[in-house]
Design a protein around this ligand. Structure first.
Ligand code: SF4
Length: 324
């Protein structure tokens, strides 16, 4: 372990990281563009969501809303429907609001500096820096969980928030800042991973103070477990759905299957699946039931399901039941 306030040689670090990134980066659709709308969309989708889960949504979202004007003109309900399955729906609402702000003001010019970007709903320090560096070459570093972990290990000490942003900025090269930022995040996501860093194949191994020794990880919060039961009433190409309250703190106004008590009406479990939302892991039991026609809710045609803002869990259940 290197001692004291160790600093790696910035130029060597930049050169090695860049070579590695050019040869090893994952082939992701948002890396083939510098269109700020597409970069922005990918950054918002990737917040708290795995790359594999984003890929398909990103493609379909762009087919539906190919540019910021199309997104701003769309009703919110269509945007939420396209977002369905990604979770954290507040992101979709903010995205839609931000698109309207851009289109209505400033002659539909996308803000091009991190400072201007910060004024849009849903864009914080990280996202503003990511869009500005990738789409507009602004010399500004990004810090996400991956970058923070790489820097802690590289420098051999737990950095506070102010230090981590300053260290990231001090390593940033003057050219291709967007690629450098993505390379730092890619290193954290694929090599300098939380539990088992692959130091033997790490491109900056010789510059690293710890080479995986010691732990700077915060303890992850404990997941809680819960069992929930839903009823599936599927008949004549229609399914009964209910809408969540518009005041609900989680997924307001979105559509889902009726939640029921275990074994209500003596119904047998048809299938079980697992679902996680933030810190809760759900065991989801689904039973077929027949409700009276008068039951509160809406009978939705199966062909209309893709256009409805469904919760991710409702979509998962309906797919498992081959209803969509
Ligand atoms: Fe992370 Fe290991 Fe590379 Fe250091 S040598 S940056 S600990 S992967």
């Amino acid at each position: 372990m290197k001692a004291g306030n160790y600093q790696p040689d910035a130029r060597t670090f930049q050169r090695r990281l860049r070579h590695w990134y050019d040869a090893n980066r994952r082939d992701l659709p948002w890396r083939k563009t510098r269109d700020p709308y597409r970069v922005w969309l990918s950054e918002i989708m990737l917040q708290q969501t795995r790359v594999n889960a984003v890929l398909d949504h990103y493609r379909r979202f762009l087919e539906r809303f190919p540019n910021i004007e199309a997104l701003a003109a769309a009703p919110l309900v269509s945007v939420l429907a396209a977002w369905s399955g990604l979770g954290y729906y507040r992101r979709a609402r903010m995205l839609h609001q931000a698109a309207q702000n851009v289109v209505q003001g400033n002659g539909a010019q996308f803000p091009s500096t991190s400072k201007e970007l910060l004024s849009l709903p849903g864009i914080g320090r990280y996202t503003a820096a990511a869009i500005a560096s990738i789409a507009f070459d602004e010399s500004i570093a990004v810090v996400d969980g991956n970058v923070e972990r790489v820097l802690d290990r590289l420098l051999g000490r737990k950095l506070n928030q102010m230090e981590v942003w300053a260290e990231a900025q001090s390593l940033l090269p003057p050219d291709r800042p967007g690629d450098f930022n993505q390379a730092m995040m890619e290193l954290g996501a694929t090599v300098c991973t939380p539990r088992a860093p692959q130091c033997l194949i790490c491109p900056v191994n010789e510059l690293c103070a710890t080479r995986g020794e010691g732990s700077f990880e915060k303890k992850s919060s404990k997941q809680t477990k819960r069992e929930v039961h839903y009823a599936l009433d599927l008949r004549k190409e229609r399914v009964l759905l209910v809408q969540r309250s518009k005041d609900s703190s989680l997924m307001p106004s979105m559509w889902e299957l009726p939640e029921v008590q275990p074994e209500s009406n003596g119904a047998k479990i048809a299938f079980t699946l697992r679902h996680s939302i933030t810190v809760t892991d759900y065991v989801v039991r689904v039973s077929h039931q027949r409700f009276p026609k008068s039951r509160e809710g809406k009978w939705v045609r199966l062909e209309a399901l893709p256009d409805l803002p469904l919760t991710g869990l409702a979509r998962k259940i309906l797919k498992a039941a081959k209803a969509m």
